[in-house]
Design a protein around this ligand. Structure first.
Ligand code: ZN
Length: 377
């Protein structure tokens, strides 16, 4: 018996549509975990029926990304019938969202739908991988800006840190080997290692090295000395921000803060700065917005935000003039013990987080601080 490939027999029905064959519809549904792929919907599209104990209901729709029939803005006359009926041109949606994209083709161009589909499938994959790796319950390590992995073990010596790589969260082995090969040409601000378990990070003194061991992939990184932190009581004077995150007037002049009082807003402004948005310092800033978009609703998001907080606490940033090379953006933060999102609900883009930090001159310090994480539209 021969099995037809999903795109082998697209049917043209009465209205000249290139419909999906049932095998394609099933594969789309399975890849979506039978949940709607529309951004932030995730609605279950299959479940038990009240009618009988062996019945189920299915309300999912295998929707076309580029329209199945002529007419409308999402129809692409250059596509073949097979392409229109192929799984690449499908997205699994609930009925509401399938209807929404049909009546608003201008608001939902094909590129956006392809993006939603890819993000949804990634999220489903993450959920499955989380279940697979849950027993070890290990934490994240970042090596440079584009590689994050789950580690199994950490050996911390003065100049060398060693990990066993469990699995990649961002990047893959090829990316790591490229990072190693190109190490000499990298921006020095991209040469770092961040370890959630330690709440600390370091600049790298040499390219990482990896080898296969019976425990998995062993990664060794040479690290520089820890960058000295500043006693929080001696944080310099800064303009103060009020609860609306604005400058304000006190006693006839712009209010100012210094010392420990300046730390919360330093954390707020630093972590709310998006990497790439400061034109004269393109590598400065965090990737919290990017991670919040890519990992929305995932248990991995707090771990990624913790990594970024560690980076700002431990890796010195020299500005274009070469100034401040000897201090870190968060200046007084020695270690990041935890960063937890307090509420999933944002207030005009501001989200509250609880920071447990180890602060120079203070010790353990806990504070709720709002970060600005605008949604990527
Ligand atoms: Zn939906």
């Amino acid at each position: 018996m021969t099995v037809a490939s999903p795109s082998a027999e697209p049917k043209k029905n009465r209205s000249n549509r290139d419909d999906f064959v049932s095998k394609t519809r099933t594969a789309l549904a399975l890849r979506a975990g039978y949940r709607c792929s529309f951004s932030k919907c995730g609605m279950a599209t299959a479940g038990p029926s009240d009618e009988a104990s062996d019945k189920h209901v299915s309300i999912g729709v295998a929707a076309h990304i580029a329209a199945a029939a002529p007419g409308g803005q999402r129809y692409n006359p250059d596509m073949t019938n097979d392409q229109r009926a192929s799984i690449e041109n499908g997205i699994w949606l609930c009925q509401t969202h399938s209807r929404l994209i049909d009546v608003n083709p201008a608001a939902y161009p094909t590129a956006l739908l392809h993006q939603m589909k890819a993000e949804h499938e990634d999220a489903i994959k993450l959920e499955m991988e989380k279940m697979k790796s849950a027993p070890q319950c290990t934490d994240f390590i970042a090596v440079g800006p584009n590689i994050v992995f789950v580690e199994e073990l950490v050996a911390v010596e003065e100049n060398v840190w060693t990990f066993v790589l469990d699995n990649f969260v961002i990047g893959e082995l090829g990316q790591l080997t490229r990072y190693i090969d190109q190490f000499g040409d990298l921006d020095s601000y991209d040469k770092f290692v961040l370890v959630n378990d330690l709440g600390d990070g370091r600049e790298l003194s040499s390219p990482p090295a990896w080898s296969k061991s019976d425990r998995g992939i062993l990664i060794k990184v040479g690290v520089m000395r820890s960058t000295p932190r500043i006693d929080a009581h001696r944080l310099p004077m800064d303009l103060a921000l009020n609860d609306e995150h604005d400058l304000f007037i006190l006693n006839g002049q712009l209010a100012r803060v210094r010392g420990l009082d300046a730390l919360p807003q330093k954390i707020k402004t630093c972590l709310s700065t998006i990497r790439g948005e400061v034109f004269y310092a393109p590598t400065y800033g965090t990737r919290i917005r990017e991670y919040s978009t890519d990992f929305l609703g995932s248990p991995w998001l707090p771990k990624l935000i913790k990594l970024e907080t560690i980076r700002m606490a431990s890796i010195p940033y020299a500005d274009q003039m070469g100034l401040n090379a000897s201090s870190t953006p968060l200046k007084a933060v020695r270690k990041v013990i935890s960063v937890d999102q307090i509420s999933a609900e944002g207030d005009d883009g501001w989200f509250a987080f609880r920071f447990h930090l180890d602060v120079e001159g203070i010790g353990a310090w806990v504070r709720d601080i709002k970060l600005f994480i605008p949604r990527v539209i």
